[in-house]
Design a protein around this ligand. Structure first.
Ligand SMILES: C[C@H](N)C(=O)N[C@@H](CCCCN)C(=O)O
Length: 552
């Protein structure tokens, strides 16, 4: 008798990739919001009075509840107990609530309101947290930054919860299939989100010639509504899958809190978690300051408002070219024939060169930095595919860390030598940013798909949550530290600003970033050392990190 094989939704490649699209698109929207204020640090200073410390404190608040109230640990437990679809929708709703508060805080409506007065008079001292030096507020912090920080904290809970949920969702739908490629593609779309925000956030803020930073944030809020819809659609698909499989994974062997002990006893887990915090602390916090760092180091000529390059049409054209780079790189990864692959690669490279040229012609730091996530969009899926079929994840972590060190040192010491040399400076900036983008593809593409090799499937949600929690400590600390170090290593600038000798606009463009950049390079050195240790431990204990995910 022929046995009837029951096919489930995840056995269909089309269905799997459609599910991935919903999850990844939700992350795309979330990543746009995550960095929505990063390219307009100068405008936050000139229109809302946020100096570097206020900006850094507000940006760092994203991770505050996750780290100090252990929200991420709870999120992992919720995920392992309640499942992917419930947690996905919950995370979408939490992000939206936080983002809406954040938006209100930077609107004109908030200015002069009784809420502003309240925030000016309160939250200057948080017992316990202030003594430990970890308060998300301080005396003199602008009220709008304090309230925005509260919103960003709530958003941070949602976005990190979404991050672990999406990773677990991908493991659920793709294990045994193209898991690393799927994770790489999800991250690629997230990077496109960052590039989108680098380009469009300043456009929204400056629209119609009137500066209003809240328009940028409103744009992010609308996208988070779409993210929630994506998660709701995913909810129904995931429910259907569970009805087909009979929810075997959860029912047969339910998650227990004590399972977390198993994760914490794994040597491999700790090495990956520490490498993760060191590496990501040198990337994400940097991303929040990178545009300003370029503004301070590159020489831009002010374009007249009538100039073609200053207009919004060119922004849209540049964005379309960005999409062409992403689509061609992605298509080259999936093309079967050799000729088609090469054609796609040529299209991607040509479009990338045009993108860079336009960035230069537009004479703005945000359009130059937009190329950073773009390379990651193109190559993260390719590297994910490589991990699926060839392995070498631990080696990729080592190479990624090496590139990171080289880039931060170049920004610190070589880029400033080109101040005054507009073309030379832009070339150095582009090459360094592209190499950093390559590093930012290597490490994530190798790191996240390695986690299922280190822990049991039923505790994978908690394992991701613990890694995120450890990582979030760095993501909390370093934006704050960079802001403080910047103010402390630029004492003349800070005192001139205080005494009214320079305008906030001038100050925002004149910081010396050398010390913060060296600090980030040091993180890279520590990550590199851990990468080597991981390679040794992997060999000794047989985690199979260097082996492919798919055995052909
Ligand atoms: C910031 C966040 N905690 C993070 O680590 N993001 C990773 C992606 C993790 C996989 C998400 N499904 C990143 O590289 O962006």
């Amino acid at each position: 008798m022929t046995e009837k094989i029951q096919k489930t939704l995840r056995d269909s490649a089309g269905m799997r990739w459609m599910v991935l699209f919903f999850l990844a698109f939700a992350m795309f929207c979330s990543y746009i919001f995550m960095d929505i204020l990063s390219p307009i640090k100068d405008l936050m200073q000139s229109t809302r009075g946020w100096d570097s410390t206020a900006f850094g404190t507000m940006q760092g608040s994203e991770t505050f509840l996750n780290v100090f109230v252990f929200f991420l640990i709870f999120a992992g437990i919720i995920l392992d107990k309640m499942g992917v679809r419930f947690t996905a929708v919950l995370s979408g709703a939490v992000m939206l609530v936080g983002a809406t508060i954040n938006w209100y805080a930077v609107t004109e409506m908030f200015q002069g309101s009784s809420l502003e007065t309240w925030f000016n008079e309160n939250l200057n001292y948080i017992p316990g947290f202030d003594e430990l030096g970890i308060s998300p507020f301080y005396l003199g912090m602008p009220a709008s930054a304090k309230f925005a920080a509260i919103g960003f904290m709530i958003f941070g809970c949602g976005v990190e919860m979404a991050g672990i949920t999406v990773s677990r969702g991908i493991v659920k739908w793709f294990k045994g299939h193209e898991m690393a490629l799927a994770m790489g593609s999800e991250m690629a779309l997230a990077r496109l989100g960052v590039a989108t925000c680098m380009i469009f956030s300043p456009v929204f803020a400056k629209m119609g010639g009137v500066i209003d930073v809240s328009r940028s944030v409103a744009f992010g809020v609308v996208l988070l509504m779409i993210a929630l819809i994506m998660f709701i659609v995913y909810f129904f698909l995931d429910k259907k899958l569970d009805s087909q499989t009979g929810e075997a994974e959860e029912k047969d062997d339910p998650f227990k809190i004590s399972d977390i002990g198993n994760i914490l006893r794994s040597r491999g887990f700790w090495l990956v978690a520490l490498l993760c915090v060191l590496y990501y602390s040198a990337i994400f916090p940097f991303q929040k300051y990178a545009v300003n760092m370029l503004q301070c180091n590159l020489t831009f000529t002010k374009l007249s408002p009538e100039s073609f390059w200053a207009g919004n049409t060119v922004t849209v054209i540049q964005y379309v070219i960005m999409l062409i780079v992403a689509a061609a790189a992605f298509a080259s990864n999936f093309s079967k024939g050799k000729t088609m692959k090469s054609v796609m690669q040529v299209v991607a490279v040509v479009a990338l060169v045009i993108f860079c040229y336009m960035g230069y012609m537009r004479q703005s730091a945000e359009t130059v930095f937009a190329v950073f996530p773009l390379l990651a969009v193109g190559i993260t899926p390719i590297l994910g595919n490589y991990v699926d079929h060839k392995g070498k994840a631990a080696s990729m972590l080592v190479v990624g860390s090496l590139l990171l060190i080289a880039c931060h040192l170049t920004f610190a010491f070589i880029l400033p030598m080109f101040k005054g040399n507009a073309v030379g400076g832009i070339i150095v900036a582009y090459v360094t940013i592209l190499v950093l983008g390559a590093s930012f593809s290597l490490v994530p593409a190798a790191l996240w798909p390695s986690v299922p090799k280190l822990v049991d499937a039923k505790i994978i949600g908690s394992a991701y949550a613990l890694i995120f929690w450890i990582q979030n400590i760095g993501l909390w600390l370093f934006p704050l530290l960079i802001g403080k170090v910047l103010d402390q290593t630029n004492p003349q600038l800070v005192s001139d600003l205080k005494n009214g000798l320079i305008s906030p606009e001038e100050a925002a463009m004149s910081y010396d970033y050398t010390v913060p950049l060296v600090m980030l390079a040091c993180l890279g050195v520590a990550a590199l050392i851990l990468g080597f240790v991981l390679k040794i431990v992997d060999k000794k204990y047989g985690y199979r990190l260097e082996e492919p995910n798919i055995t052909e």
